[in-house]
Design a protein around this ligand. Structure first.
Ligand code: ATP
Length: 466
């Protein structure tokens, strides 16, 4: 890591242009060595993104205030990890600024008035982001009415904005104003903690203010192979003892859990959550056992296979598959209760419910030794989502079951017939269930390789009519 610091006070002038100049900022910055990341940014970022960041700096300057890119973007830039999630903080009115910015770049604007923030969505994409977006907020200070409440927003300075963030490594900013473009602002030792591989909160009330940070700490620790430092770990234990999760919005816990399950290797975080006794906040019956570990591993391999296969065009919610695995020891009732409590979306809840309802029965059916026509497998698997089918594949230890599932995914599920309902009506079928059933029978015959051409299909229909 290239963390050689350079001394400059120029950045202070930028801050003086801001709406609010906080004396503590200038005092602290004078003491702290500053690192300019402009060169690193030029090397790491696509030219288009670089131009966009410079434009933000220039536009802020025209309005005589400072603009910064902050949070995960800065952390990952220093760590040489690709991250194009651009969070901007301006020391002026974010919504006004976002409007002007959207106008200038012909982007669309989404305003979140309650939070005083806005998102500008560009008409173009970058990397995997189909439409590139920039989030813009006003540097703000938060007052907490009572622990774990949503923040009231109040205008304030950059330092206070960074102070309310979760961990030191996420609480750094980079100046975008052209004069000091690239200057790192690091009040809380984020840079040093990145070098040392430490996840540390900024103050001791952090988990009381927002208990979802307990999950976030584990996520960042495990993602980067860092270590939650001792004081932070003690604060986590204290918050868990005080049952702080009970005071948090369940939807926020759900979102953090989904983020954990979307990590490259979610089992690492789950294991750590078990160590810290956090899993019981999802459900007391979730246990960290060896078979859970091997199911996660198998799901990971299955997802990897899927993404290389011809099926990859259809997107897959890997995280939901891991959630199904996490619920492995729960009965259907408990699983549904969790989905309701944490307000999982309807489609997600339905997929979990169908896994719980059908999963074991389908596996048992497919484990039969006797020869099984592919249409029988088709009938069982077709109503299930890909996530459920692939978890069944990951869970099955019988090769026969695996090959039956693969045959369904790669072959049977793609087979279409040429005959239409109108064709059958012309043959004399009355509209109604019998016609639908005939179409299905034709499809099953084709899946089982009993017929091939349209002519075959029609003659089978004629036979059925008799
Ligand atoms: P990722 O790489 O997973 O997207 P990120 O750091 O960008 O990580 P986000 O959840 O997008 O994570 O949050 C962006 C920034 O907002 C964080 O870097 C952090 O500064 C701040 N943040 C997010 N959630 C919290 C929280 N619960 N408490 C305090 N600060 C938070």
């Amino acid at each position: 890591m290239d963390l050689i610091a350079t001394h400059t006070n120029d950045v202070l002038k930028v801050l003086h242009h801001g709406l609010i100049v906080d004396r503590r900022i200038t005092r602290r910055l004078k003491k702290r060595p500053l690192l300019n990341l402009a060169r690193k940014m030029r090397a790491a970022l696509p030219a288009r993104l670089m131009r966009l960041l410079k434009l933000i700096g220039k536009m802020a300057e025209e309005k005589e205030f400072a603009a910064f890119v902050i949070g995960g973007f800065v952390r990952d830039l220093i760590m040489n990890v690709r991250n194009y999630d651009v969070d901007i903080v301006v020391e002026g009115n974010a919504i006004e600024f976002a409007k002007a910015f959207a106008d200038r770049l012909k982007g669309s604007l989404v305003i979140h008035r309650k939070f005083g923030t806005a998102t500008v969505v560009m008409p173009w994409g970058l990397g995997r982001n189909g439409r590139f977006k920039v989030d813009i907020a006003t540097a703000r200070r938060e007052r907490y009415e009572f622990p774990a409440a949503l923040p009231d927003v109040e205008f304030s300075s950059l330092r206070d904005d960074l102070y309310r963030r979760d961990f030191t490594i996420n609480a750094m900013a980079i100046v975008l104003n052209s004069k000091n473009f690239g200057q790192l602002i690091d009040f809380f030792n984020g840079q040093r903690h990145l070098e040392e591989g430490v996840v540390s909160v900024l103050h001791k009330e952090s988990f009381m203010d927002d208990p979802t940070r307990i999950f976030r700490a584990v996520r960042f620790e495990q993602r980067y192979g860092f270590k939650i430092d001792k004081p932070t770990e003690n604060l986590i234990k204290k918050a868990i003892k005080k049952d702080m999760f009970g005071r948090t919005g369940n939807m926020r816990i759900r979102d953090e859990l989904i983020l954990i399950l979307k990590e490259e290797d979610p089992m690492r975080a789950i294991r750590r959550m078990h160590q810290l006794d956090e899993l019981r906040f999802i459900h007391p019956k979730i246990k960290m056992q060896e078979d859970l570990r091997s199911l996660f591993k198998s799901i990971k391999q299955t997802c990897r296979w899927y993404k290389k296969s011809q099926l990859k065009e259809r997107s897959l919610d890997d995280w939901l598959m891991y959630l199904m695995a996490l619920f492995e020891n729960l009965d259907k009732k408990d699983a549904k209760a969790i989905c309701n409590k944490f307000a999982f979306r309807r489609g997600d809840t339905m997929r979990i419910a169908s896994y719980k309802e059908e999963g074991d029965r389908v596996l048992k059916f497919m484990s039969q030794k006797k020869k099984m026509p592919p249409s029988s497998v088709y009938k069982r698997l077709r109503p299930l989502s890909y996530e459920v089918i692939l978890v069944l594949y990951a869970k099955a230890d019988d090769r026969k079951i695996k090959s039956r599932i693969i045959n369904f995914l790669l072959k049977s599920n793609d087979i279409k017939i040429k005959t239409t309902g109108d064709d059958l009506k012309r043959l004399g079928f009355k509209p109604g269930p019998a016609l639908g059933k005939a179409l299905k029978e034709i499809l099953y015959a084709k899946i089982d390789d009993k017929i091939e051409t349209r002519k075959d299909e029609l003659s089978l229909a004629r036979e059925m009519l008799k």
